[in-house]
Design a protein. Structure first.
Length: 184
């Protein structure tokens, strides 16, 4: 399900649809965010919760084709940061979203680390740095968990829908999903 169809107020900024990402290359052939229907509905609930706090939810990544997971693994074969294609990722099932917060004008708020910064600052347990950034991280986590997502301790941005974690691995290009959606 296309995220913007369920969550029209969510800002979509699919980082792997451009070159300005951790891998330094464009990995997606489309820029829309997609999730399984249940996960998309939960994201809609999270968007409503963050709106009550004066924020907007920003989607940085969602469903990821398995072939893209393979490219990521080829670039960074480290299971602490990238799931191997043999196992796949929750993203490859359409059951995970990488998100952050923006203010009412759409400007992303400070977080303890950047997206895809694989350091201790990315952890939910990190207690150093800017108190406002830590409060933003904690507000995001609270809203996402209230909506039914489960956080990943090492990455403040990564949330999974635990009810969808056993869904099958998918390898449908984003451009194909966009074409099918346009035909419907």
């Amino acid at each position: 399900m296309r995220v913007r169809d369920v969550c029209p107020d969510v800002r979509i900024d699919m980082r792997y649809a451009a070159c300005d990402n951790f891998f330094g290359i464009r990995l997606y052939d489309g820029a829309d965010a997609w999730l399984l229907a249940d996960a998309a509905r939960k994201l809609g609930r999270a968007a409503n919760l963050v709106a009550k706090l004066g924020y907007r939810l920003v989607v940085l990544d969602a469903y990821r084709p398995l072939s893209v997971q393979a490219r990521m693994w080829d670039i960074l074969p480290d299971p602490d940061f990238v799931a191997p294609m043999s196992r796949g990722s929750i993203h490859n099932r359409g059951a995970a979203a990488d998100v952050t917060l923006a203010d009412a004008n759409g400007v992303e708020v400070a977080m303890p680390s950047g997206f895809d910064e694989f350091s201790e600052r990315a952890s939910h347990g990190y207690a150093g740095g800017d108190p406002a950034a830590l409060a933003n991280r904690d507000a995001l986590r609270h809203c996402m968990e209230q909506a039914g997502f489960k956080s990943y301790e090492a990455e403040w941005w990564h949330y999974i829908d635990p009810e969808c974690r056993d869904s099958p691995l998918l390898d449908i290009p984003l451009s194909r999903l966009e074409a099918l959606s346009a035909q419907a």
